[in-house]
Design a protein around this ligand. Sequence first.
Ligand SMILES: [Zn+2]
Length: 286
Amino acid sequence: MKYALVDGIKTEATPKAQGKCLCCGAEVIAKCGEKRAWHWAHKNNEECNYSKKEPKTQWHLDWQNYFPKEWQEVRCPEDNPIHIADIKTPEGLVVEFQHSYISAGAKLAREQFHKNMIWVVDGTRLKKDFIRFYEKFNNLEPLGINREKNILLYKVKFMDNLLPECWRELTVPVYFDFRIEKTDDIENEKEKILRNLIWGFFRINQWVFAVSMPHDCFVEYVKQNKLKEIYQYAWQLIANSIKTPQKQVPKTINQAKGVRRSIVLPSNASARKINRLMTKYPGSRF
Ligand SMILES: [Zn+2]
């Protein structure tokens, strides 16, 4: 647990400090060893919703620290039982950072408690998660680039196994962080680009969208409560494309087969288009 109440003030763990649990009010003691990040633990091992949350990794703490302290580890007393949000903005958006495995039940429970929430997932815990995303990247069809908003939007043509199974449902938006320690040293240009951006996935009606942006932009979007603008923009783009369909309805079975084939195997031209968009992408670090 990152914070405890010491004399009623939200405080980080320091050696030998004592305090009260933010969630259940039980006595907690500071754990300040060398292996794990400094944290608080219940003195008598009581279990509450705060202690049951995943042990904090440095990745988790780094993410939380992009945001003001007052927004971190926020007690949500309107929920019963009480929940502690990793981040809760003044406008009420909850951001939960997930490094370890989470069961479908626990995931859904948290979504139902917070309702207005997004996930940020550590996409580097399992190597295969990034490999799958890399290999299935052509499942994404570029929809539009918005330099002003600093984002690139895609339509997800088919989910397939693009995302880890437990995250495919997209009941709330999910953002993947694939950065590794030496991302800038990666020689494979495509991998470097994919890892250097944050990748969000969200659903509007039957459509699934992806959005990519630099990490600092994502933080700003959350801080300024503007993520909704991205979702609205995606909706606008898809609405426009429905009004002006680009592909003709196939007249013959052979044509229809051709259309299907081109969807399953995107052409080199569309791959080049993605690359071109990516290279021109503003604000990224390559
Ligand atoms: Zn507690």
